[in-house]
Design a protein around this ligand. Structure first.
Ligand code: 9YT
Length: 138
């Protein structure tokens, strides 16, 4: 069994701090669960362009208020505590926080923890580490 507390993750490599959000990764790929589980704090007044082309993400709001806008299309959904949105079609979107939001996020495939958003808000698919001295197949 794995038991972790958010406060144990703060200030470690499992915490990623960006200008718009802070993500604390409770479970990552190496934990072997098949998904990763994060608590993400979205800073108030921010707008983040996100497009997870290689991942599916479900987001459950537990605190704060904001909205997601689908791009293109312009469909807007209000996000408040108790609302979940799932990016089941790798939906490109804008995430806007009116107040500080606390979101519980699940990624499939799981993040390794080394990914960073590129200029389009995409996380790359990070493959497993290949041993440098591994025999070359064939
Ligand atoms: C809601 C969202 O996707 N925010 C960006 C950060 C992401 N949740 C993460 O890496 O934890």
């Amino acid at each position: 069994m794995i038991v972790r507390q958010l406060r144990d993750i703060e200030g470690t490599e499992q915490e990623v701090v960006t200008p718009n959000w802070i993500s604390r990764r409770l479970l990552l790929k190496h934990d072997g669960m098949g998904f990763s589980l994060h608590e993400t704090t979205i800073l108030p007044g921010t707008e983040t362009s996100i497009w997870y082309r290689h991942h599916l993400e479900a987001v459950y709001c537990i605190e704060g208020e904001g909205e997601v806008e689908l791009v293109p299309g312009g469909e807007i959904h209000q996000i408040v505590p108790g609302v979940m949105y799932a990016l089941d079609r790798h939906d490109r979107h804008l995430l806007r926080a009116k107040t500080t939001m606390r979101l519980v996020c699940v990624f499939n495939p799981p993040l390794t923890g080394r990914e960073v958003h590129d200029e389009e808000g995409v996380y790359p698919l990070v493959e497993d580490h290949v041993q440098a001295d591994a025999p070359v197949p064939g």
